[in-house]
Ligand binder design. Structure first.
Ligand SMILES: Cc1cc2nc3c(=O)[nH]c(=O)nc-3n(C[C@H](O)[C@H](O)[C@H](O)COP(=O)(O)OP(=O)(O)OC[C@H]3O[C@@H](n4cnc5c(N)ncnc54)[C@H](O)[C@@H]3O)c2cc1C
Length: 212
């Protein structure tokens, strides 16, 4: 017979998780990277976001968690506002930095008019949404978008990955066909500047991989 003790274990975690520690913990959840755009190319506003999720298939809904202090949330404030979720490819980390306001370089930005909004050229895919609902989410707002159109680039490419505060990319493992490994590729945070050079070297090693 199994005996269950009613004694509660002494708490080992602090009652309040410090923000830094929370960021470090949640940062272990690897994500893709998107740039949300609102408005047509001549007046577009873009913002890098990785707090993105698919919500529902019928109807097709997605969500983005957007800071209450961002310029983007002001742009998205009105019901029915069209916005586009641009899913970035591995070589677009400079754009991710640019649209998060932390760019040291000024990469060229190519925005195409699409579905009444702006599609970032060179990405993996784009999803056009109309604002469906805005919910409270602490210091962020949960933006729910109703999908009105979607497109995927015909040539498969690898995604940009954000993991533990740095950009990574997936590389083919030559000894394991069909498998990939993550390699850092961004220049952020600053102490990890070495990672980009390493990714370029690694990419050279796997240049024969079918997916670029
Ligand atoms: C990987 C990553 C993921 C992130 N995920 C999230 C998230 O999920 N939610 C969240 O709230 N924040 C997220 N952020 C932070 C967010 O991207 C920044 O706080 C951003 O600065 C907020 O944008 P803003 O709308 O306030 O506009 P700003 O800070 O004014 O704009 C962002 C930058 O984009 C440039 N820009 C905007 N539009 C254009 C244009 N048309 N042409 C050229 N440049 C333009 C601006 O010049 C500025 O440098 C993330 C940042 C990173 C790096």
């Amino acid at each position: 017979m199994t005996t269950v003790s009613s004694r509660t274990a002494a708490p080992t975690e602090p009652a309040l998780t410090p923000v830094r520690e929370f960021r470090d913990v949640i940062g272990t959840f690897a994500t893709g990277v998107t740039v949300l755009t609102a408005g047509e190319p001549a007046h577009a506003h873009g913002m890098t976001a990785n707090a993105i999720s698919s919500v529902s298939l019928e109807p097709r809904l997605v969500l983005a968690c957007v800071s209450r202090t961002s310029a983007m949330i002001t742009r998205l404030g009105k019901a029915g506002t069209r916005f586009i979720l641009n899913i970035l490819a591995h070589d677009q980390h400079e754009l991710a930095d640019r649209f998060s306001g932390r760019a040291s370089s000024r990469p060229a930005i190519e925005l195409d008019p699409w579905m009444g909004g702006s599609r970032l050229v060179g990405g993996l895919a784009a999803i056009a949404c109309d604002l469906d609902a805005l919910h409270d989410g602490g210091d962020h707002r949960i933006v729910v978008g109703r999908v009105v159109a979607q497109r995927r680039e015909p040539k498969p490419r690898r995604p940009l990955i954000f993991y533990r505060g740095a950009y990574e990319r997936l590389l083919a493992q030559p000894d394991m066909p069909g498998r990939t490994a993550a390699v850092r590729c961004g220049a952020s945070p600053p102490q990890e500047k070495w990672t980009r050079a390493r990714a370029v070297d690694a990419a050279r090693d796997t240049s024969s991989a079918p997916i670029s």
